[in-house]
Design a binder for this molecule. Sequence first.
Ligand code: ZN
Length: 954
Amino acid sequence: MARMNVALQELGHAMPNYKRATLQDEEGPEPAGDGSASPDSVEVGFRKGPGTLLSRLASRSQLELVLCAVAVSLALLLSVAVVTLAIQYRRDPSHSTCLTDACVRVASKILEALDTEMDPCQDFYQYSCGGWIKRNPLPNGRSKWSTFNSIWDQNQAIMKHLLENATFNSSSEAERKTQRYYLSCLKEQRIEELGSQPLMELIDKIGGWNITGSWNQTSFMEVLKSVSGTYRATPFFTVYVGADSKSSNSNIIQVDQSGLFLPSRDYYLNKTANEKVLAAYLAYMVELGTLLGGTPEPTRLQMQQVLDFETQLANITVPQAERRDDEKIYHKMSIAELQLLAPAIDWLDYLSYALAPLELADTEPVVVYGDTYLQQVSDLINDTDRSILNNYLIWNLVQKTASSLDQRFETAQERLLETLYGTRKSCTPRWQTCISNTDDTLGFALGSLFVKATFDRDSKAIAEEMISEIRAAFEVSLDQLDWMDEKTRQAAKEKADAIYDMIGFPDFILDNKELDDVYDGYEVSEDSFFQNMLNFYNFSAKVMADQLRKPPNRDQWSMTPQTVNAYYLPTKNGIVFPAGILQAPFYARNHPKALNFGGIGVVMGHELTHAFDDQGREYDKEGNLRPWWQNSSLEAFKNRTACMTEQYGHYTVHSEKVNGRQTLGENIADNGGLKAAYNAYKSWLQKNGEEKRLPALGLTNHQLFFVGFAQVWCSVRTPESSHEGLVTDPHSPDKYRVIGTLSNSRDFVEHFGCPLGSPMNPDLSGCRSWPRAERSPAPVLTLHTPLLHPPRHTRPHTRHPPQPHPQLGAEHGRQRGCSTPKTQLCPPNPDVLESGTAQCPLRCAPRLRRAGQRGPRESTRAKIPLLLPNNLPEMEAGGHPAPLFPCPLPVQLGFPIHFCWDQRAAAGTLVPSAVGGCRRVYLTIKSSFHLLQQFLVLRGVGAGGEVGSGAVGG
Ligand SMILES: [Zn+2]
């Protein structure tokens, strides 16, 4: 165990330190009286609160009183803590409780997230996440909030500091481009000055638009080539270059269906259910048309025609759930044959243009996914009025580029997003939008900065070791599948052995020359954000063309290093874990292994399993799509997966059913991943012996594994966003990723003692093909579906092409020139504040606890007298948000406690509360720090959850 403890370097541990240090350097003034605090003093830094308190405390005599109170209370606190610890120690003769800082902290976090009033056998998701959900109201401007979002927010804050560093002086041109791009995005005044001009000029350049003026009536092919070749929009279909599924060592041109603006065909076809969305979409189209010079009524008429045309496209678009069998949808043909299939497009002309300067002949092979769709879209193009086609084409360009224009365009988009995703209006800080944009364009150069600043190289070896443990467990479970024949089993093992893992980042990003070469040819200026974006589309088209004659490259990742996600790529038979996800709560060196296996371990198992899900199983160990299963095993596999399709198909969110077919691959991966990770943990225990338990939770380490797994999926989202997820997401809703998986796990059921027939241990005899004895499915895949829930910024890595309109993500909504002050509630995830970065430049509204409001059963509630530094900034009048305490917080090291004011605050006392995350003190005294932690955590437990009145002093 000691060996592992040493080996498992904790990434997350290094990061906060890094961030804190950066903050201090950059944000400047050291508040008085900090830092060199004597070992016995308590330092409290926090944001300002109500004035009465402030003024009272500001008076010196008052201060002295308080100081006195601090000393007394601290002494009291320490003695109580020591006594409590002593009691705890005596009760635990084997001393099997882990009382390190890290253990106490993580125990406290887990406890906060639990709803211990819920019976885990009734609803394990509510049990694991009920407390978290209570403490995490949806932040403004978000349609979903989860662990993934909050880690991404932290990563963004790190990148902000890197790019805004005044002494930024990189020797890499690509990194300098990254900074220029970011700064061009921040220049809002310049963007406002330009208004809609850049796009209007672009439209003129490619032949005009009937909505805003005249247009060149003969140029269908020319406009198509510009819009989708040069500017990478995807009207009608999408074209890209990627590994040939049946010959994975070579790249090939691929064509697939595309062309809808709304997230899926359902939005167009279920008109009654989506009346509001369709109306908002039309209003958005009309607004953009008029902003670009159209007159309202004719614009409305023509946009309605475009919408009707998109509805026809939706009609012939094949639902994702019906496209899961790659063998069926893969059609290789020559350009000449494609021409016969879909004659409305001059394919050789189009592809030669899109892939210039490559020379293509009509014998060039193309893989067509969905030949029926292409045939039908060709007919549709031939049957549609040219002016409608032109309007549709230019609309594709407009929606793709409008988010780089001035605020009026932003506001219009925001309105649409509100209807579509239920996002509440907000003022997303501009920098955050710009970091996301930079990640989308120069993500690997940005990743170079990110990795150099944060990634511990040891993490790579640690992650590799973990993957090999999970792979071994996975292979053992292959042996236990009694329905699999020996030949298939052997091939499956070979495939599992051959899975190639990529961890952290691709090596090229740390080599300046290689990195610069990747972005060579991409022109970036600090002055024109719009032009930077156009240049990028053009550049990415050239990069795509460049790939065609080269073999697929393992160093080419589909996710940037800072991304909080992971994926399996079937054509490479490879799994990728970007640096962004190798941190707490997924993984931390000093966390119990139960949590690491339940976190990143399950993620690893999930990705491995994708190699054998309903899609991934079709690919062999070389990444080639070819039948390698014996018929008998294939039959058995299909029977079992049918059962899983049915199981998940019964789950509902707001009375709407989960699509069991659409989510099958992810569900298989979730189930297989959990099992592999749990078995790997058991093996680890066999080798290393039992771990110490976390304090205060009352959970065995086996139970902790399952709780840790479940808490990764705590999330909140709007009903609109939930609906969107049900119709578009290949993953099940978070709640059922937990409930579905665990209710299939014998190990879970045993460790929580769930009686047969209880919701978490349902009687599955009706689904005989899936006997509990072998509930873990065969292994499984994703084509690129990100293994985890795609966080906001990640373009959905759908199977083949990128999603048509990545810019229309709920989380992409941003707003400039907000009329309201840029005020935010404290971030729901305290880690953002803990990092000391994300929110510091902003203001934070105190979240008031109303009288009578029932407090959470948090374990850290106690009164602590306050010591205010003398240099608090003036507070704002009228109960408005007070400025955040100047960054950095006055103390370097600390145990964060959240505070919310309540009535008692007026008397000079803060009530720490995990509920609001509004107030935070940093206690610096090292000697008492540890004891204080124990005390706070243990108290919560000792009092059976009803705590809150225990004064720690004063
Ligand atoms: Zn997945």
